[in-house]
Design a protein around this ligand. Structure first.
Ligand SMILES: Cc1ncc(COP(=O)(O)O)c(C=O)c1O
Length: 416
């Protein structure tokens, strides 16, 4: 099945149960949920037949008369619940993985991976990674003996030179944030495999619509589901997805077990409502993504020739230094090259000129985050602070799915 179909049907089970008739609270599995809170206790003897997986808010689920756990039934919502399971099923299928582990934020998902490595571990990551990913290691895990080396991930020699005896993970983020550098995933995996090092890929920006990292051999995929998966700037979430099939090394098996434990015991879990909402958003994921990409391509082409713009960082442009690598690994399910909805521009001048341009735009809201239906623009240097490696004249743009003529007209006006 193609991604457009999977995004709608995966994880969305019509209610097949006997005895689950209360509004918005039926079960999604093969047995009654046993949910004990109001609106979730089954009172009837027929299935609701609800076409959309219902929302089950109950935090606890009833046991059998003898106190034993009913097979297939949840126990306590931190450990598992029907809406999270439905979401995880959908996310695993969309990335082509075997299992998805959902979190309350992208940062919690990232933490679960770093945590699984254990103390005295070393991570290699890109020097233009999402800023707060590195902050997790520097500020939260340094005391536990987790260290990292930040390098240019497009320089394969730099990766080899950065490997230490205790390097356990190479972290890829492609396109990178905010310079839109494209990492050759296969080339990095080759280096890592030779040294028995795990590779994780933050696929938030590309999404499986444009890049499918498991097909290139990575061991773990992470997402901030807050972005394109959520798509409407109204849900915070994250996920780690495990690869389609073992064999993984012993180290990988330990790590993946630890990630599920980090979720269920650590407890940074998404609420049933967030899971339900995210599943709903994902139904239109495959319809939104091509529009983001088409709009971004047209906007990048327009901006590239404007006298006020020094450079456009968008891998879809033929002039872009990463275009060749991007064409190799960024394409839609039919193999047509597509490059996503993110770009950044360097404005001629400095911070002042960049800020002025951002403030003159009306449709592009000056705000952080990305991946929503609405277009956003952001000055990364001032957001990231004095340690930022972003150029001061850089504006990051998340191109939404508005009409592209309106988006271009907004820039035309701002340039006047
Ligand atoms: C590429 C990338 N990874 C991870 C995150 C963190 O995700 P969250 O904000 O959901 O914790 C972000 C947030 O902007 C991001 O852009």
């Amino acid at each position: 099945m193609k991604i457009e179909t999977l995004a709608i049907h995966a994880g969305n089970h019509s209610d097949p149960t006997k005895g689950a008739v209360s509004t918005g609270a039926a079960s999604t599995g093969a047995v009654s949920t046993g949910a004990v809170s109001t609106g979730a206790v089954s009172t009837g003897a027929v299935s609701t037949g609800a076409v959309v997986s219902p929302l089950i808010l109950s935090t606890t689920f009833e046991r059998a008369a003898d106190g034993n756990i009913v097979e297939g039934r949840d126990i306590y919502t931190r450990a598992s619940n029907p809406n999270r399971r439905a979401l995880e099923e959908k996310l695993a299928i969309l990335e082509g993985g075997s299992e998805a582990i959902a979190f309350a934020s992208g940062q919690a998902a990232t933490m679960s991976i770093f945590h699984s490595l254990g103390g005295n571990s070393h991570v290699i990551l890109p020097n233009d990674i999402y800023y707060n990913t590195k902050v997790i290691i520097d500020n939260l895990y340094a005391n536990f003996g987790l260290t990292c080396t930040a390098i240019d991930m497009t320089d394969l020699g730099a990766i080899k030179r950065a490997i230490k005896k205790n390097t356990k993970l190479i972290w890829i983020e492609t396109p990178s944030n905010p310079s839109l550098k494209i990492t050759d995933i296969q080339a990095v995996v080759k280096i890592a495999k030779a040294k028995n090092i795990l590779v994780a890929c933050d696929n938030t920006w590309a999404t499986p619509f444009f890049t499918r990292p498991f097909e290139h051999g990575v061991d773990l995929i992470m997402h901030s589901t807050t972005k394109y998966f959520g798509g409407h700037s109204d849900i915070l979430g994250g996920v780690v997805i495990l690869p389609p099939a073992p064999p993984l090394g012993v180290r990988a098996t330990v790590a993946t077990g630890a990630i599920r434990t980090f979720q269920t015991v650590g407890g940074a879990v998404p609420s049933p409502f967030d899971c339900w909402l995210l599943s709903r958003s994902l139904s239109t994921f495959a319809i939104r993504m091509p529009v983001h990409a088409q709009n971004a391509m047209k906007l990048a082409t327009f901006l590239e020739v404007q006298p006020q713009i020094e450079k456009v960082n968008y891998p879809g442009l033929k002039s872009n230094e990463y275009h060749k690598v991007a064409k190799k690994q960024m394409n839609n399910a039919d193999g047509v090259p597509c490059f996503g909805g993110m770009m950044s521009i360097l404005v001629k001048g400095g911070q002042k000129e960049a800020m002025e341009l951002a403030s003159k735009l009306r449709l592009f809201k000056h705000a952080t985050s990305l991946g929503g239906v609405e277009s956003l623009i952001e000055h990364r240097f001032s957001v990231e602070g004095i340690h930022s490696s972003s150029p001061e004249n850089l504006l990051r743009i998340s191109v939404g799915i508005e009409n592209i003529e309106d988006l271009i007209a907004d820039f035309e006006k701002a340039f006047q």
